[in-house]
Design a binder for this molecule. Structure first.
Ligand SMILES: Cc1cc2nc3c(=O)[nH]c(=O)nc-3n(C[C@H](O)[C@H](O)[C@H](O)COP(=O)(O)O)c2cc1C
Length: 365
């Protein structure tokens, strides 16, 4: 059996990029946790393609612009943010560090980021919110009983969460072959604490009906349910997991406040389109009426500037949170936010963009 290295309480010189955290993380969690945080669905084609698609886009340099006094500020849903690098909802953070979501919240607070707290958070919404003055958004996986959804939303509202993110691309879990082979299972001391006591469905493979169509999917949310949630909260409602332009249009029709272009980091349906490739079509469909955010494969400041140039308002990072947490807890998560923000600012400076508004397709080739 491999030994698990202790967490680091300092940042060694060798860690200078997000990818460095991935290599440091691997030896600091057990094999069960590693397969959960690092795997993607089936052949992992979408997972790889998310990153490769960014690498295929090139930037054009503009270095004689006056960028003095520049900044990375933005306003989303009436709230000021210091920069557009947000923490994606990532489940069960205690799997990789004892402090779990609390460490991420502390890092988001220190680095003025926005943290989206997963519906499958291993820490309560109350506890997370007591560790951050920075804006928190609550990510909802729609529950079977609508009263449970309303309960969670009201709780988030009362705790001062700033938005509700409904993840729509995973009504059923993706088939993650690496997890299957490794026999991944959630340790008994880690659970989705906010969903305690709520009715859950499990796949019944012995049923005579289709366990997919007549089982889980028979209870999965529809546009009607999204509409109902929108009508029952005062918070902005954002749909996460959109890759189809027709869904962006439908979201607009329902008065949804924002969209996150996401393929769940390649963890649901393999061969889904890379997010940066479909972003322009979603931006076109939305026509500037609501903000469009993006995640999937963001590992560099140059990835961020490309997403913003194609019309994203902000980006989210997923796996990097877990790699950083596994390596050095809150310190690591704060560090990845700093690395990405520095890289974004340098990318802006070298492409002649003083503010986020100056980042347009003109810098792309
Ligand atoms: C370990 C893990 C757990 C995740 N849990 C959730 C979740 O609870 N809710 C959700 O909406 N997305 C979840 N995601 C997807 C992320 O929010 C995000 O869409 C994705 O990780 C972005 O891609 P990236 O990992 O390449 O940055 C999870 C991703 C990972 C890697």
């Amino acid at each position: 059996m491999n030994t698990i290295e202790p967490k680091l309480d300092y940042i060694p010189n060798e860690i200078v990029s997000i990818d460095d955290y991935e290599s440091f993380a691997k030896s600091r969690v057990d094999a069960n946790a590693w397969v959960y945080i690092s795997s993607a669905s089936a052949d992992e084609i979408t997972y790889r393609a998310n990153k490769q698609a960014f690498d295929k886009i090139h930037l054009l340099s503009r270095t004689l612009e006056d960028v003095k006094g520049g900044n990375t500020k933005l306003n989303l849903f009436g709230q000021e943010y210091a920069h557009p690098i947000f923490l994606a909802p990532v489940a069960y953070q205690k799997l990789v560090h004892g402090d779990g979501e609390i460490a991420s919240a502390q890092a988001a607070n220190a680095m003025e980021s926005c943290m989206m707290v997963s519906g499958f958070s291993s820490t309560s919404l109350e506890e997370v919110s007591s560790h951050s003055n920075s804006p928190l958004w609550f990510q909802l996986y729609m529950q079977i009983d609508m009263n449970d959804n309303l309960f969670l939303i009201k709780k988030a509202e009362n705790l001062g969460y700033k938005a509700i993110v409904i993840t729509i691309d995973a009504p059923i879990a993706g088939i993650r072959n690496k997890e299957q082979k490794a026999g991944f299972c959630l340790p008994s001391h880690i659970e989705a604490v906010n969903l305690r006591g709520m009715k859950q469905l499990t796949l019944d493979l012995n049923s005579t009906q289709s366990s997919i169509f007549d089982g889980v999917m028979a209870h999965s949310p529809t546009w009607e349910d999204i509409k109902f949630i929108k009508e029952n909260t005062k918070l902005p409602v954002i749909l996460k997991g959109i890759t189809h332009p027709s869904y962006a249009k439908k979201a607009l029709e329902l008065g949804i406040d924002g969209i996150i272009v996401s393929n769940h980091g390649g963890r649901t349906l393999d061969t889904l389109v890379p997010t940066i490739d479909i972003l322009p079509k979603i931006v076109e469909a939305v026509d500037g009426k609501i903000p469009v955010l993006l995640d999937g494969g963001i590992r560099r400041g140059t990835d961020i500037i490309k997403a913003l140039a194609f019309g994203a308002s902000a980006v989210l990072i997923g796996r990097p949170i877990m790699f950083a947490l596994a390596t050095s807890g809150a310190l690591g998560v704060a560090h990845i936010l700093k690395i990405l923000r520095d890289e974004l600012e340098i990318s802006m400076a070298l492409t002649g963009c003083k503010t986020l508004k100056n980042i347009t397709k003109e810098i792309l080739f």
